[in-house]
Design a binder for this molecule. Structure first.
Ligand code: ATP
Ligand code: MG
Length: 336
């Protein structure tokens, strides 16, 4: 096996520059050229890296099938950025078929959002295990999901708190959070395993199976989830099973927001509404009878999602004065 020191140095190089040459590894490890080459040959045999080019121009990259672990500092980790980083750093993430990729991105962002908001931890790790199903895991070193929920919901035990998971409006539901993140996570990924404080909750979407069991105690929370590469059901279809809200006219989509609420505050709400809308040419959001929208919701819609999907013609209609003002101020942030 390649030495731990070399594996760590290679991981650093890959995360910093995407690829490396033998001389980069020599510099990083103080190995002589021959020693570095022997180690890289071993890494190739182990399926960790692949090589292109000849002699001194030989370039090494992460092998598409290699498992990898990425660390993000907290606080300060942004969910959208975490996904973009993974997609840039690991070829298998970028190469996922669209339906699987969409679900993986959505679930990962919900989990990173949660860890950053609630765990109180210092570190966040994301593990990528390419394979079929494709697996991702989000881990933090914070207070622990079931423990935090126990306190928030006022349960006597963690087991009791764990039994709440999967219900809508989970937790304290403060500010811009609707308490629906985990509700949708459990219903969109093919397999989800929530692990925290000696308990493990497993949800198998395909078998419609749910189990709570004991597990080795651990610091923080680890959520592992899997998505079949050949997944056919789109995120939008899955979400729509749980919320009825789409009106389809002439190939474009019109979403009547009032069908599922009159106040929209969180980024998570915006993401759920926009899930699966990536491939549209026209999207009309009808705000008729919506009383208010929060800055976070408007920001996710107009400054995160819209610029990331320039191919979608986004129109907002029917907004009352207050809502129109929030949308206008959000748009102006980009100009000012
Ligand atoms: N990594 C974590 N560490 C500690 N507590 C967590 C973690 N993830 C979730 N929780 C707890 O679970 C609760 C529910 O999370 P969930 O994502 O379902 O809803 P939310 O984040 O409050 O709202 P939304 O996701 O709709 O914005 C949170 O209020 C929090 O108490
Ligand atoms: Mg959440």
């Amino acid at each position: 096996m390649a030495s731990r020191r070399v594996i760590d140095a290679v991981e650093k190089l890959l995360q910093a520059q995407g690829s490396f040459r033998t001389r980069d590894l020599c510099r990083a490890t103080r190995l002589v050229r021959q020693g570095a080459q022997r180690q890289v040959a071993q890494l190739i045999r182990e399926g960790r890296v692949t090589a292109t080019g000849e002699a001194r121009a030989r370039l090494y990259r992460r092998a598409p099938e290699a498992a990898a672990r990425f660390q993000f500092p907290m606080p300060g980790t942004d969910a959208a950025r975490a996904w973009t980083t993974l997609a840039r750093q690991h070829p298998a993430v970028g190469a996922l078929p669209p339906a699987a990729r969409e679900v993986a991105e959505y679930v990962l962002r919900e989990l990173v959002d949660n860890a950053a908001t609630y765990s109180g931890g210092k570190n966040l790790w994301v593990e990528v295990r390419p394979g079929d199903p494709f697996e991702l895991a989000v881990e933090d070193d914070g207070v622990g999901l079931f423990e935090r929920l126990r306190r928030e919901v006022g349960c006597a035990s963690r087991v009791e708190a764990a039994q709440e998971v999967g219900k809508p409006r989970l937790g304290a539901c403060t500010g811009e959070h609707a308490g629906e993140g985990l509700f949708f996570v459990l219903r969109t990924a093919d397999l989800v395993e929530l692990d925290s404080g000696g308990l493990r909750l497993v949800r198998d979407r395909l078998r419609d199976d749910h189990a709570l069991m004991q597990a080795p105690d651990r610091l923080g929370t680890r959520v592992r989830f899997a998505v079949a590469r050949g997944r056919r059901v789109t995120l939008a279809a899955e979400v729509a099973t749980w919320t009825t809200r789409f009106r389809i006219t002439r190939g474009s989509v019109r979403v009547k927001l009032m069908e599922y609420g009159t106040h929209f505050v969180s980024r998570a709400e915006a993401r759920r509404m926009l899930a699966g809308m990536d491939h549209l040419s026209d999207l009309t959001l009808d705000f008729a009878q919506v009383e208010g929208v929060g800055a976070a919701f408007a920001d996710e819609l107009l400054r995160v999602w819209a610029p990331a999907h320039p191919q979608v013609r986004l129109e907002t209609v029917g907004a009352n004065e207050l809502v129109a003002d929030t949308l206008r101020r959000t748009r102006m942030k980009d100009e000012g």
